[in-house]
Design a binder for this molecule. Structure first.
Ligand code: NAP
Length: 294
């Protein structure tokens, strides 16, 4: 790998490596090895969540890899069953304990809870307290629509540093990107290589997409690498998931080329406007009441 590992500066001055390893659906027994492989490849950012049920294995991977904890940007998310002020404070304790760390670099609310937005706001206020107390270095949200973001901003004091949203060439969410940018919030992209795209029965395969294949041919890169470069060229953060060491390496080998403005626009034009996942606003405490263990 050549080239410089890009970082983005969050709205409170904290520097975050733009590319991280995601671990959603990484089975616990595969997660530690994936984290070790990523850190030994050069990644310095891991994105997990309480509701992925693998924070313990992420922490184990960080301890086993050949890196100092302080050099790794650890991001996790509180689930909706831990919303409300006191529950969210306790949710932080559970995550920190499982990860085996005193401080978390970025703590997000995993989802807005439209049916009980007041508890979402109360949980966010707990994040503000954790930030003031130095237990987290930055705070943010995930899956917050422009309307939800505006409401959160009107009822809280600290602008989130990050909004983590579904974003890949087939679903670029320009209005969500724009709302984040308007408030100085970094857009962080989940399913950055369209891993979730077939969820809704969509059939396009990004790895055979002519625009991405062509650009890959030009730069000697794979379609996955072109997609990740596109995220970085936009100034986004992206957190591709893999448990395969060769793909973990491939996804990190994207710092030695850059797309032109026309090429970025050509990838933007692949947007279908069709989500590859469920509408985040349908998440609720009846169907998604996962209990996060101590
Ligand atoms: P993704 O990273 O776009 O795609 C992951 C899928 O692609 C996996 O099936 C992986 O399989 C495969 N893959 C990885 N690298 C590849 C490569 N170079 N070539 C071909 N296939 C490759 O999708 P994602 O896991 O949905 O999203 C990434 C991360 O975003 C998650 O892990 C999680 O951290 C976060 N996320 C957040 C939310 C949220 O609500 N906030 C929702 C979804 C995801 P292998 O593992 O077998 O390589």
């Amino acid at each position: 790998m050549t080239g410089t590992y890009p970082h983005v500066t969050l709205n409170n001055g904290v520097s975050m490596p733009a590319l991280g390893l995601g671990v959603y659906q990484s089975k616990p027994e595969e997660t530690t090895a994936a984290v070790v492989a990523a850190l030994n490849t050069g990644y310095r950012h891991i994105d997990t969540a309480a509701a992925y049920f693998n924070e313990t294995e992420v922490g184990e991977g960080i301890r086993r890899a050949d890196v100092d904890r302080d050099d790794v940007f650890i991001e996790t998310k509180l689930w909706i069953t831990d919303y409300g002020y006191d529950a969210a404070l306790h949710g932080f304790d559970k995550s920190a304990r499982k990860l085996g760390v005193d401080t978390i670099d970025l703590l997000l609310l995993h989802q807005p809870l439209p049916s009980a937005f007041d508890t979402t706001v109360a949980a966010y206020k707990a994040l503000e307290t954790l930030l003031a107390d130095g237990r987290v270095r930055s705070i943010g949200v995930s899956n917050q629509s422009p309307t939800e973001l505006q409401r959160l901003l009107s009822e809280s004091d600290i602008v989130p540093a990050v909004n983590q949203i579904q974003l890949h060439p087939y679903y670029t969410q320009p209005d969500w990107q724009a709302e984040n940018a308007k408030h100085g919030i970094i857009t962080q992209c989940w399913s950055p290589i369209a891993g979730s795209y077939t969820y809704n029965g969509n059939e396009r395969n990004p790895f055979e997409e002519p625009t991405l294949v062509e650009l890959g041919r030009k730069y000697g890169k794979t379609p996955a690498q072109v997609m990740l470069r596109w995220h970085l060229d936009h100034g986004f953060s992206a957190i591709p998931k893999s448990v395969k060491p060769e793909r973990i390496e491939e996804n990190f080998d994207v710092f030695d080329f850059a797309l032109t403005a026309n090429e970025i626009a050509a990838v933007d034009a692949l947007n279908t406007g069709v989500s590859g996942s469920i509408d985040p606003d349908v998440i609720n405490l009846t169907d998604h009441a996962y209990v996060i263990p101590e």
